[in-house]
Unconditional design. Structure first.
Length: 260
């Protein structure tokens, strides 16, 4: 399917671009949603034309602008870092500003208190989102991200579709790995003769490596028939999680040079 390390590097670059593009679009959608919510908060009659209203309006406009940039702009790694930082800053304001208003509003503003209690809760969710966005920068910051050629993009799309729809029970060269990171999606790996291709989710990430650069380290206790906790190393990328027992056995057979 792929011949030579140079081709692997080129196709990995195409995969990295698509992964970063996906991260940017997801972040952009989140920014637009949070921006609209911030503008809606600025229009609440109880705070209209006040310091609180102005700040929420400014944050909302900034988030909308950032969201549009992330959805249509050329993806660069630092965009993920800036998005995470913006989310954290805005979430702190949502939490702090809402808490202050809840304590200041009179009993006649009970309805508005409910609104800001909801915004306070949203701020906590937003803080989690921003905190989880920051580490994603580390996945890409050392990479030279370039838009892939049409041919390499077609290869990426075909490969993702093929691996994603193939079930382990239908093909003995397919393995499953479940990352332990929060909200991480299941990975499927296709074990070819000299290399492996791992696809996460429906193509949110892809890793391609020669057999020598794919290793399982730090395995936990191995009990027949039960999931195997381990760290999957693909080149310089290490992912903690677990293999279903059958997938782990397939990996061992493939790594030792046997037929899976």
């Amino acid at each position: 399917m792929i011949a030579g390390t140079d081709n692997i590097d080129v196709l990995q670059s195409a995969a990295d671009y698509n992964s970063l593009r996906h991260e940017w679009v997801s972040a952009g959608i989140a920014s637009v949603i949070f921006g609209l919510i911030a503008i809606a908060a600025a229009l609440v009659p109880a705070i209209w034309n006040s310091f609180f209203s102005v700040l929420w309006f400014l944050f909302g406009g900034f988030l909308l602008g950032e969201g549009i940039w992330l959805m249509v702009g050329r993806p660069i790694p630092v965009g993920l870092l800036s998005h995470g930082l913006v989310m954290v800053v805005v979430s702190i304001w949502n939490i702090g500003g809402s808490a202050l208003l809840i304590s200041l509003l009179s009993s006649e503003g009970a309805v508005y208190k409910i609104v800001f209690q909801a915004l306070f809760t949203l701020g906590i969710f937003q803080l989690i989102w921003g905190s989880l966005s920051l580490p994603r920068y580390g996945r890409f910051h050392r990479l030279a991200i370039q838009k892939p050629s049409a041919e390499n993009q077609q290869w990426f799309d075909r490969t993702v579709a093929s691996i994603s729809r193939t079930r382990p029970k239908d093909s003995k060269d397919i393995v499953v790995f479940i990352p332990g990171e929060p909200y991480a999606r299941k990975m499927k790996g296709k074990l070819e003769e000299k290399l492996a291709i791992f696809v996460q989710g429906s193509g949110v990430d892809m890793f391609i490596a020669e057999k020598k650069d794919v290793n399982v380290i730090d395995t936990g206790n191995i009990t027949s028939g039960k999931p195997v906790r381990a760290t999957l190393q693909i080149r310089d990328r290490k992912i903690r999680g677990e293999f279903p027992f059958e997938s782990f056995e397939r990996y061992k057979t493939w790594k030792s040079g046997g037929k899976v």
